[in-house]
Design a protein. Structure first.
Length: 40
């Protein structure tokens, strides 16, 4: 009975982790673009 709840909470944590990771990746790309723009 608890298995679907565990599955949904696991999927929710995966989605939250993916959003957090993509957010950090976008910030990293923007920082690199700023550095390259300063050097160009």
């Amino acid at each position: 009975m608890m298995r679907p709840f565990v599955f949904y909470s696991f999927r929710g944590s995966l989605i939250i982790f993916f959003v957090y990771f993509s957010n950090c990746f976008n910030i990293y790309i923007e920082l690199n673009a700023n550095v390259l723009h300063d050097y160009a």
